[in-house]
Structure formats: C-alpha cells, structure tokens
Design a protein around this ligand. Structure first.
Ligand SMILES: NC(=O)c1ccc[n+]([C@@H]2O[C@H](COP(=O)([O-])OP(=O)(O)OC[C@H]3O[C@@H](n4cnc5c(N)ncnc54)[C@H](O)[C@@H]3O)[C@@H](O)[C@H]2O)c1
Length: 250
C-alpha cells in the first residue's frame, strides 16, 4: 500500500526507465495521485503503452523516446514536460541496471569490454547528472522542484561488481552536491538505494538479513514520499532500503 496522503496534484514528473519495473510502477502511482507524467524510456513502444493506460484511467501522461546516454534526449523529455504540462516539478532517474546483466556480457571485471564499462557508467551514473543539468534551469525558474536519483546497495557495500558500484556510489555525491546547489531555490535532491527488488524473480537469491527481496511497491513508496511534499524536510541524503543486507551475519 502506498500512503494515500501522498499527493502530486498540479505537479509534472519526468520518470526515466518508465517502461518497466519500478519506473513503470512509480509513473502509474504518481499519475493516480494527480501528477502529469512524462515516461522517458529507450523502449518507446512499451512507454507509450503504459502512457495510454494511464490516460485511459483518467490520468495525464505522455511517452518520450529517451536514450539516457544522450543529453539531448533527456533535455527533450524535460522540454516536453514544460511545453505539454506547464512545469517540471519532479524527476526520478530509474533507468539503469547492472551492465553485465543488461548487456549479457561477462561478469568478471577484467574480461569486460570497454563498451560494457562505458554503458554501465553512462546509464547508471552520467544520466542522472545529465538529468540534473537538463532540469535545474527550469526548477530554478520555478523556485522549486525535487530530483530523485536511484542508487543501489551495490554502490554502498563491498562488491566485485566494479562498474555498477562505481556508477551507483557516484550518486551519493551527486545527490549531496545537487541538493547544496539547489537549496537556495527551494530545490531538493534525494537518492534511494534499494537492495534486491523483485522486478526480476532471480533477485530473490540475493541475501538480506530478513531473508527476502522487496516487492517493487516497497521501494516506490519511499521514492514517492521523498518526491512529494511529505518529504519536504529531506534533501541531500541517500536512503538505503535493503531489508538489512548491510547488517546481515554471514
Ligand atoms: N531490481 C533491483 O533489484 C534493483 C536493486 C537496486 C537498484 N536497482 C535500480 O533501480 C532502477 C530500476 O530497476 P528495475 O529493476 O525496476 O529496472 P528494469 O530493468 O525493470 O527497467 C529498466 C528500464 O530502463 C530502461 N532503459 C535501459 N537502458 C536505457 C537507456 N539507455 N535509456 C533509457 N532507458 C533505458 C529499460 O528500457 C527499462 O524500461 C535501476 O536503476 C536499477 O539499477 C534495482
């Protein structure tokens, strides 16, 4: 259950990675609570299908073909939010994933081709930086907004998953710096770092102290709390939601 006091009435949200998993769920839930949502994903067909369903249910949404490796695509998604819905109030950068899994490449760092390393850094680390660069001018004009980055427990724990960890840990610093930069304009920035989430069944294999992985909703409701006015006192911080993976006994 997502808290019904969370309200996005009159707000416009830009969500990357909105065509599946947590990004899709967050887009649907924010739209249900009044947000106009720009679903920014490389998979346009799927993003359009989700946007259609949101509109059919009475919400406001549109899809924007966005490869988050390209700054112009991200800027286009932000510009669409402003031209179609009048503002850019919330961004959530869900697009991402462990590159060896996403590109079906080798897991061992020393066997990884440079293209895989670059993809991992660009999608997981550079894209949220690009998003901040694209949206901050509008948020400064508006004197407000919320930027949410999606990290990972893998960016905070000892791990051999070097590329993904490097990119996701960078979001801790990005979040602090954007929050510092945005504060004089009333702009907040937070990061949510999930443990294993059941957007894929095999995430259930990843160990946690409580012995399970999260339902997507358990992460999305934290994201929505921080992105809404319920999170008004919170900025610059990274929230670990990992079911105790970091405190488990080996
Ligand atoms: N699922 C987990 O266990 C878990 C754990 C920790 C962190 N995370 C992070 O949460 C986020 C969402 O995870 P999920 O499992 O819901 O994702 P998912 O794999 O279900 O969805 C990822 C989305 O990103 C899109 N995408 C991929 N490359 C893109 C690109 N270049 N440009 C634009 N869009 C692109 C895909 O089309 C897809 O719609 C990711 O950043 C992931 O790293 C996930």
């Amino acid at each position: 259950m997502i808290d019904d006091r969370i309200d996005f009435g009159g707000k416009t949200a830009i969500v990357t990675g909105a065509a599946s998993g947590m990004g899709e769920l967050a887009s649907r839930e924010m739209a249900r609570r009044g947000a106009a949502v720009v679903l920014a994903d490389i998979n346009l067909e799927r993003a359009e299908a989700v946007a259609d369903e949101i509109r059919a249910a009475g919400g406001r949404a549109l899809a924007a073909k966005t490869d988050v490796r390209k700054f112009d695509d991200i800027q286009n998604a932000v510009d669409k939010a402003v031209s179609e819905f009048g503002s850019a109030d919330v961004t959530v950068s869900f697009a991402g994933g462990e590159p060896a899994r996403m590109l079906n490449g080798p897991g061992d760092f020393v066997e990884q081709p440079i293209e895989l390393i670059d993809w991992g850094l660009q999608v997981n680390g550079r894209a949220p930086l690009y998003m901040a660069r694209a949206v901050l001018p509008q948020m400064i004009k508006q004197r407000g907004g919320v930027i949410i980055n999606i990290g990972s427990v893998t960016g905070l724990e000892p791990t051999k998953t070097i590329v993904y960890s490097t990119a996701k840990s960078a979001l801790v610093g990005l979040t602090r710096a954007v929050a510092t930069y945005g504060a004089p304009y009333g702009i907040r920035c937070c990061c949510v770092a999930p443990g294993p989430v059941l957007t894929r069944p095999d995430m259930a294999k990843m160990e946690t102290a409580l012995g399970r992985a999260a339902e997507p909703e358990e992460i999305v409701r934290l994201v929505m709390f921080l992105a809404s006015d319920q999170g008004s006192f919170i900025t610059g911080t990274t929230y670990l939601a990992d079911c105790g993976r970091m405190v488990r006994r080996k």
